[in-house]
Design a protein around this ligand. Sequence first.
Ligand SMILES: Nc1nc2c(ncn2[C@@H]2O[C@H](COP(=O)(O)OP(=O)(O)OP(=O)(O)O)[C@@H](O)[C@H]2O)c(=O)[nH]1
Ligand SMILES: [Mg+2]
Length: 285
Amino acid sequence: MSTKTPDKKFIFGKGNFQILTGETFMEMQYRLLKEKEFKIRNALEKLRRKRSVLRTQRRRREFPVISVMGYTNCGKTTLIKALTGDEGLQPQDGLFATLDITAHAGYLPSHLAVIYVDTIGFLSELPHDLIESFSATLDDVAYSDLIVHVRDISHPETVLQKASVLSVLKNLNLPSHLLDSVVEVHNKVDLIERYQSPETNAIAVSALLGYGLEELKGEIERTVLKTTGKNILTIKVNLGGPQLSWLYKEATVQEVDVMPEDGTANVKVIISNSALGKYKKLFPQ
Ligand SMILES: Nc1nc2c(ncn2[C@@H]2O[C@H](COP(=O)(O)OP(=O)(O)OP(=O)(O)O)[C@@H](O)[C@H]2O)c(=O)[nH]1
Ligand SMILES: [Mg+2]
C-alpha cells in the first residue's frame, strides 16, 4: 500500500524555525505529516472493512473516492497499481481477474490524497442471471466523487466495449454529476504506433509502461477539485498559534513559506468549502 509522505521538497519549505515548545519547525511538520498519514491509513482500513463507508455523505468525507471502471481486461488494476505504487495489486491477462472491490490510496500532483476503488470488469455477453449480482457490486459507485473509465484502445472491439460500459453506467442510476464528469482513459497505447486519440478529452496512457500518468493525475485532480468543492489557497498564519496544526489536520498543506523575521508563514493549502468556513470562524482575522 502506498502511504508515502508527499514530496519533502515542497512540504518542508524554507528554514528551520524554532517554535516555542522547543520542537523545531521541521520536527513539527514531520510529526504533523505522520499524523496525517495515520489518518489516511485509518480511512483505508475502514473502507476495506466496510464498503458501505462510501455511503457516508460525500461532502463530509475527507478523501475523494475515485471509482476506476471499464471492460474486463482493459487494465484497471494495472492502472491503479501504477497510480498508487501498490505492490499488492495483481493484474492478470484474462477475464475477471478482479473479483472483489478494493480500495487503494494515492496522491495527486498537489499532494491531495485520494482513494482509488478497483471494480469488477464489464462484459457484454454476461449471462442474464449474473447481470443483477454484477450490478449490485457496483451499487456503491454512486457514492464516489469521480469515475475514471479505462479503455483498452488496442482491442479490436474497443468502440463496442465503450458503448457497452456506457450503457451499463446509465442503468446504474448514478447521480448526474458523476456521469457528466467521467474521465476517459485510453490505455495500452504502447501497442499502437503513434497513437492519436479520436476523442479530444481522453487521456492516452500506458499503465504498463507508465506513459501519460502525470497528465492523467493532473486531469483527475482538476476534475476532483471541481466536483468536491475544494479550493487551493494561500493563507498567512502566525507560527506561534494553532493555525498551522489545524490546517495540517483539516486540509491538505502543499507548501509552507516561513518568514523568520515576523514569525509567520504563507501556507498553500487545498481546503474544502466547509473546512474553510470553520477556519474563518475559529481564526477570525
Ligand atoms: N501492453 C500493455 N498491456 C497492459 C497495459 N495495461 C494492462 N495491460 C495488461 O492487460 C492485462 C489485464 O490487465 P488488468 O490490469 O488485470 O486488467 P483489469 O481491467 O483489471 O481486468 P479485470 O480485473 O479482469 O476486469 C494484463 O496482462 C496487463 O499486463 C498497457 O498499458 N499496455
Ligand atoms: Mg482487475
